[in-house]
Design a protein around this ligand. Structure first.
Ligand code: ATP
Length: 323
């Protein structure tokens, strides 16, 4: 009989609970025992483990966040920290670990697997910056939350002839901003991957005003050199040229807190179940993700060595469509 553990790490993402449920019940169906690790790698080092039965994961799938809690731990980045984790895993007799999380979490999973422990990652982050999965758990829900906010801002912007600078999450990746900007009909999109001249954004806004638009939306990624605050400071000096009255909205953590939609629940279910199947066939040191519509595994060594590219041609498409 096997005994595995599952943890969530880094930023929480809607759908993590569905992944915990899928891991737990797939493993239980094989006759294995499952332990949940509280508070990510911090809990792993501290041996903060709780047994998970089928009923412990009842009715969690529809909720955002993670029932196990998550954390960021700098100690786990050290070999001494990871040795503590190996010791805790050994003392509970655990022989396989599933790590549900994003880039940093999978880097941690890679280093742990390099120390000889069987680890399988599940691709989960709202940032969608993880190589080895075209789309990660939480992205779709976060996109829809940001989009709903933009739709609402447009209503008030139109009434008052305003331009809104809307800052969305994504750390140093512009995926969320780019997709939400296109789907929300933004006049301009500012992302970290492309050097943006703030005067160019001023020009886009003033042209939109002169073309008779009743509102304008600029979607800005939090990791861009000119984030919403920096752009707003620049725009204040050019208020006369812009025409629109300016307002800034930073969406921040509201993007994380929503209940996962059908897409994220299903993705989390497929990936969580496959993580257990991978362990069952002796495959580890891999990330489970979705590639070209299929559930696939990619070696963690490849995941940490590569950066997922962003299709920048979509920025040009948006310039055309924003007319
Ligand atoms: P998100 O981007 O959605 O917030 P993430 O998994 O990228 O998720 P991070 O805060 O980057 O979140 O990483 C989570 C944890 O993973 C860190 O707090 C740390 O414990 C561990 N980690 C990150 N980088 C490394 C590393 N180089 N070596 C070992 N562990 C790491």
């Amino acid at each position: 009989m096997r005994r595995i553990a599952v943890l969530t790490s880094g930023g929480d993402a809607p759908g993590m609970n569905a992944a915990i449920r899928a891991v737990t019940r797939t493993a239980l169906a094989k006759g294995w025992e499952v332990y949940g690790v509280r508070q990510g790698y911090a809990g792993l080092m501290a041996g903060n483990f709780v047994p998970l039965g089928a009923r412990d994961v009842s009715s969690i799938m529809q909720h955002g966040g993670t029932i196990l809690g998550t954390a960021r731990s700098s100690e786990f980045k050290t070999e001494a920290g990871r040795c503590k984790a190996l010791h805790a895993l050994g003392s509970f007799g655990i022989d396989g670990l599933v790590v549900i999380g994003g880039n940093g979490s999978q880097t941690g999973a890679y280093h742990l697997s390099q120390m000889g422990f069987p680890v399988v990652g599940v691709a989960s982050t709202i940032d969608n910056d993880l190589y080895g999965s075209d789309i990660t758990i939480g992205v779709d829900t976060a996109l829809n939350i940001a989009l709903e906010s933009i739709d609402r801002l447009k209503v008030t912007a139109t009434s008052l002839e305003r331009a809104f600078l809307v800052e969305v999450m994504g750390r140093d990746c512009g995926y969320l901003a780019l997709m939400v900007g296109i789907a929300g009909g933004a006049e301009a999109i500012v992302i970290p991957e492309v050097e943006t001249n703030p005067d160019e954004v001023v020009r886009l806004l003033s042209e939109a005003y002169r073309r008779g638009k009743s509102h304008a939306i600029v979607v800005v990624a939090e990791g861009a050199k000119y984030n919403a605050e920096a752009l707003a400071a620049h725009f204040r000096e050019h208020q006369g040229e812009i025409g629109f009255e300016l307002r800034v909205t930073i969406l921040g953590h509201v993007q994380r807190g929503g209940n996962p939609g059908a897409f994220d629940r299903l993705l989390a279910t497929w990936l969580g179940a496959e993580a257990v199947e991978a362990l069952a066939r002796g495959e580890h040191g891999v990330l489970v993700g979705q590639i070209k519509g299929e559930v696939r595994t990619t070696p963690l060594a490849e995941v940490v060595a590569n950066r997922k590219p962003l299709d920048l041609s979509l920025l040009r498409l948006n310039d055309v469509l924003a007319r």
